[in-house]
Design a protein around this ligand. Sequence first.
Ligand SMILES: Nc1ncnc2c1ncn2[C@@H]1O[C@H](COP(=O)(O)OP(=O)(O)OP(=O)(O)O)[C@@H](O)[C@H]1O
Ligand SMILES: [Mg+2]
Length: 461
Amino acid sequence: MEEHNLVSKAKIRILVIDDEANAREGLKDLLEGWEFEVAVAENGRLGFEAVKKFQPAIILSDLVMPEMDGLALLNILREEGFLNLTTFIILSAHGNINTAVEAIKNGAYDFLTKPLDVVRLKILLEKIANRSALEKEMGLLRDKVRKLGTFGKLNGSTPKMKAVFKQIQVIAPTTASVLITGESGTGKELVAKAVYLGSKRKDKPYIAINCSVVAKSLLERELFGHDKDVTLGFKTQEAGCFELADGGTVFLDEINELSPELQIKLLGVLETGSLRRLGGKKEIQVDARVIVATSRNLDEAVEEGAFRADLLDRLNVFSIKIPALRERAEDIPLLAHTFLEEFNLKNDKAVKGISREAMHLLKTYSWSGNVRELKNVIERAVVVSKSDSLDVEDLPETLTSKAHKAPTVQFRLGQTMEDVEKEFLFHTLSYVDGNKTKAAKLLDISLKTLHNKLAKYKSSI
Ligand SMILES: Nc1ncnc2c1ncn2[C@@H]1O[C@H](COP(=O)(O)OP(=O)(O)OP(=O)(O)O)[C@@H](O)[C@H]1O
Ligand SMILES: [Mg+2]
């Protein structure tokens, strides 16, 4: 992919319109000396013809001219839609400042007084040239993103992400519960929102609750509401999110954080379609589609007794597994450019691209924080960047140092395969801080196989 060469280096075209031959030709020579491509016209009418043929990026036009003056030309250009394509600058004599101001109100970009201040002219042209190059690149990028693949706010063009988009399309219109899994920062919240927006319930409420953020004691109230003044300071009656959703969707993020008691209660709501508020006596009918997300492996949580198997079955009618960013590294350039565009706008910067070396680092980094981490890295890089393209020095040390590369393990000839496997297994486990899911993933074996092997080797120690 042509990461940093989207801006064409072709000469920028300027049209000079002035009825005074000396002024016109003098300005043409000056601009050509600055490497612009220049055409000239001697009044507004001829100028308009020239705009259509020559398609200048910039027009420098005198105000007072026979046949059609600068202001009339500006009006025609605006009415015919040319001002989106070209930047109009008025050249006015001192006595005409008021008219020049009038022109700016009518869509001119700026004005310069005659005799021309050459330094000001150059600065102004450079400013416009940079701006139009950026706009052009951004336009190209937008087209690319459009062509390559987006799904709502989700970007991705790899087969793995396209499969996720397809799943969302299939699942969204149903009312079934959905379980979204994926490592931290893979876009679970975005996927949940996409499921909601693709459903018939999109005009009804969408209520999101993060089970790990809401204090545990408050969570029950938040979810199911309450009817009695349990603690001082709370209102005596309040509907929970299932009631508030009312025909809409409830998104429960970090569902693995739900306590055993609340797991039972949630299961009850899913099975009966009704609930009783905290401290309340009445059964209340609720109609809410449930979407849940977790970055933990729920099968493992079930195995450890931390999550109810029956609740998992109930939630897991459909599941969407979002692949980690390192498993779809080909999406990184697209995401990086999308974020680049976003943070240019947000921070009023004009970074045009990403250098080849920097992109190589982005593509090969392991991204344990996934898309969120990439987004943060690009934001920081855009903010600190001092040139017009992101380079290696704009990236944090975690990417540029070799430290993130996995350590190596050495074996002696003479060791048995079993020794090697055992040693490798325990090294891998310690590398991922004992997280068995991660270890199994790195080793590309199932969790069950890992457990079996561990049991075998532990008993042999
Ligand atoms: N495919 C994508 N395209 C564009 N932006 C994305 C994509 N995936 C994630 N993001 C962005 O990355 C950030 C993290 O996404 P999100 O909050 O949905 O992740 P998550 O999986 O819910 O993470 P966590 O488990 O930590 O809560 C958000 O700013 C989101 O907009
Ligand atoms: Mg989240």
